[in-house]
Design a protein around this ligand. Structure first.
Ligand SMILES: Cc1cc2nc3c(=O)[nH]c(=O)nc-3n(C[C@H](O)[C@H](O)[C@H](O)COP(=O)(O)OP(=O)(O)OC[C@H]3O[C@@H](n4cnc5c(N)ncnc54)[C@H](O)[C@@H]3O)c2cc1C
Length: 385
């Protein structure tokens, strides 16, 4: 069994590592406010990034992108995870981010939504979470009721990232509340200027993100705006969610590595009570713990990504990558902060931002407990006899 990355991926990793070290880390506190790039920054970084030849790396070749496989993307996210130069959600310097849901729509909808997104002319947001249903979409109250050749959508959404600037939304709504997430949920593409959609307020968070509360009141859309068949909503979201969970795990490897570098180098300089921190076993234990979890996580995420590329169903593995990665990277940021003392709390260093971002990831796109609950069902099926 060969655990080494293939040569082309080692090259990709080396190039990105150099790019992150030389172009991103030196200016990481000047590029974004946590949510968005500061004026002019996205264009500037895109120009620099173009030299890497990774434009539209995430978009399949048939739509003009590079169509990189899962393991290649993992290597990219791992390296990019080492810096806070990019806003933690949504933003990219390698071309527009395209929701995979848009690859599954029909040609007419692709002309209207997918291609304009790929060309950078339109952006979208994803509207699933609502006041009474977050981690459990089966409890969704937003309904889409068929009325001839239209649907009428009513409900409230919250925590919707980038809704204020989006041209259209992927709205998740219940088409049959008795079925819940087993066939009762459908995704619709809805233009944000459709009458009845209201941006209620932007939410203030401990992280830089400012997601939106939205109300949908008698929003009337043609049946042709439905994604797939009625009730297929959770199926549509599945590939998107699996990719997202692998990305969480991959980014987390980079976060742990950077925290380890910061903590180890500081521990070798800082003396207290006549000895370097690096000579204290309690500090050494923290460093070794980070090192070990980084290795465990890397093996786990590389394995899941490789299997994903072979066409295997990696849903369960992706759950572990997500919660283990987010939990362990938060712990690494926390320990790195502890080793730095008061300095760890300052915005002179990236530690506090890693700490806040990684804490938020333990909740978003699947809280740890919900992923473990789903994984437990699989474990009991497989090992419970
Ligand atoms: C910055 C940010 C950006 C976001 N962007 C978007 C977006 O663009 N689009 C979108 O649709 N949503 C978005 N969200 C919403 C996010 O995905 C939800 O917050 C998340 O899914 C959790 O839902 P909830 O907050 O309703 O928590 P709930 O589902 O109410 O869960 C609350 C807590 O209860 C516990 N819990 C829940 N179920 C169980 C269980 N079965 N067993 C044990 N414990 C359990 C967990 O600890 C969980 O954290 C965003 C959130 C944030 C903070």
């Amino acid at each position: 069994m060969d655990f080494n990355l293939p040569e082309e991926l080692q090259m990709l990793k080396t190039n990105l590592r150099r790019f992150v070290d030389e172009e991103l880390i030196p200016i990481e506190r000047e590029t974004n406010d946590g949510t968005d790039f500061l004026p002019g920054m996205q264009k500037k970084l895109e120009e620099k990034a173009k030299g890497l030849g990774l434009w539209l790396f995430d978009v399949p070749e048939e739509y003009g992108g590079l169509g990189l496989g899962s393991l290649s993307k993992t290597v990219m996210w791992e390296e990019l995870g080492r810096t806070i130069a990019l806003p933690s959600r949504q933003a990219s310097i390698f071309g527009p981010r395209v929701s995979p849901i848009l690859y599954s729509i029909n040609d007419e909808l692709k002309d209207k939504y997918l291609y304009p997104v790929v060309r950078g002319e339109k952006t979208s947001c994803f509207m699933q979470t609502e006041p009474d249903a977050g981690g459990d979409p089966g409890g969704m109250r937003t309904t889409a009721v068929r009325d001839g050749d239209h649907y009428v959508i009513n409900g409230n959404k919250r925590f919707i990232t980038a809704a204020g600037s989006a041209d259209f939304a992927q709205v998740v709504a219940a088409t049959d509340r008795t079925k819940g997430s087993r066939g009762g949920i459908t995704v619709f593409l809805v233009d944000m200027d459709t009458p009845g959609i209201k941006l209620v307020r932007q939410q203030e968070l401990m992280v830089g993100d400012r997601p939106w509360e939205i109300s949908l009141e008698n929003v009337r859309i043609p049946v042709s705006q439905r994604v797939g068949e009625e009730g297929d909503g959770m199926k549509a979201a599945q590939s998107w969610l699996t990719e997202g969970r692998l990305r969480h795990g991959a980014r987390a490897i980079g976060v742990i590595e950077r925290c380890l570098q910061l903590a180890a180098s500081y521990a070798k300089q800082r003396k207290t009570f006549g000895a370097l921190l690096s000579e204290r076993q309690s500090v050494q234990n923290m460093l070794v713990d980070m090192y070990q979890t980084m290795h465990q996580l890397r093996l786990m995420v590389y394995d899941a990504s490789w299997r994903h590329d072979q066409g295997e169903d990696v849903r369960w593995l992706s759950y572990m990558c997500k919660y283990f990665g987010d939990e362990m990277s938060f712990r690494a940021a926390d320990r790195c902060m502890q080793i730095h003392g008061g300095l760890g709390l300052t915005t002179d260093l990236p530690i506090e931002r890693f700490w806040r971002d990684q804490r938020s990831f333990i909740i978003t796109e699947g809280p740890t407990e919900i992923l473990k609950m789903a994984l437990a069902r699989q474990v009991l099926r497989e090992y419970g006899g």
